[in-house]
Write a protein that binds this ligand. Structure first.
Ligand code: PRP
Ligand code: URA
Length: 209
């Protein structure tokens, strides 16, 4: 079974408290999504392999370490996942970016696909699927299914808030995919929204409601 990493770092928790508030403006919400994503990326890349390199400082030679390979990809689930990309690319600038467009049907809560574009060599890359919300898990499972159909073998998920139902669904469908969360919330409500959650992440990032 995969590992669920709930990142309880004080900086993440502090920013999450502001993010959740219904009084937080669109501008601040977008900035916080980005800041939390950067901190989560730092944790989710902790086990990337490195190689020793020799660097000449102004004083002497230093034995240093650099990332061993640059085969990374960031895959936001549109649209809310877009809010997490920039902060991650700042930290891992060599990563390629693919897009998977899914929206939840308001009646069935099932994901509907409307756009997909992946880097050509996606099968050789370590993939970070990003989406602020993991609710029923339907969107995450559909995105991971799609990536595996394209040959991906090394996938991790980064969600800012997850519901237990969504975590269970992803773990059952994809036991090889680790999940990084800033918070694991209590439950889903009748509209499949996360409780207490933060509302509709896409609308709050893009100011559409
Ligand atoms: C939200 C969220 C996830 C999905 C999570 O997107 O960003 O993609 O719902 O729900 P699930 O786990 O039940 O599938 P939404 O469908 O609202 O689309 P948007 O990003 O375009 O707003
Ligand atoms: N999508 C969101 O944006 N928020 C939720 O709580 C559930 C799905």
């Amino acid at each position: 079974m995969s590992t669920v990493h709930v990142l309880n770092h004080p900086l993440i928790q502090h920013k999450l408290a502001i993010l959740r508030s219904k009084n937080t403006s669109v501008k601040e919400f977008r900035e916080l999504i980005s800041e939390i994503s950067g901190l989560m990326c730092y944790e989710a890349t902790r086990d990337l392999p490195t190689v020793e390199v020799s660097v000449q400082t102004p004083v002497a030679e230093a034995k240093c370490r650099r990332l061993a390979g640059k085969k990374l990809a960031i895959i936001p689930i549109l649209r809310a996942g877009l809010g997490m990309v920039d902060a991650m690319v700042d930290l891992i600038p060599s990563a390629k970016i693919g897009h998977i467009g899914l929206y939840r049907d308001p009646q069935t809560h099932k994901p509907v696909e409307y756009y997909c574009k992946l880097p050509e060599d996606i099968g050789n890359r370590r993939v970070f699927v990003v989406d602020p919300m993991l609710a029923t898990g339907g969107s995450a499972v559909a995105a991971i299914d799609f990536l595996k159909q394209h040959g991906c073998k090394n996938i991790v998920m980064l969600n800012i808030i997850g519901a237990p139902e969504g975590v269970k669904t992803v773990q059952e469908a994809h036991p090889d995919v680790d999940i990084y969360l800033a918070a694991l919330d209590e439950k889903l409500n009748d509209h499949a929204y996360i409780v207490p959650g933060l509302g509709d992440a896409g609308d709050r990032i893009f100011g559409t409601k």
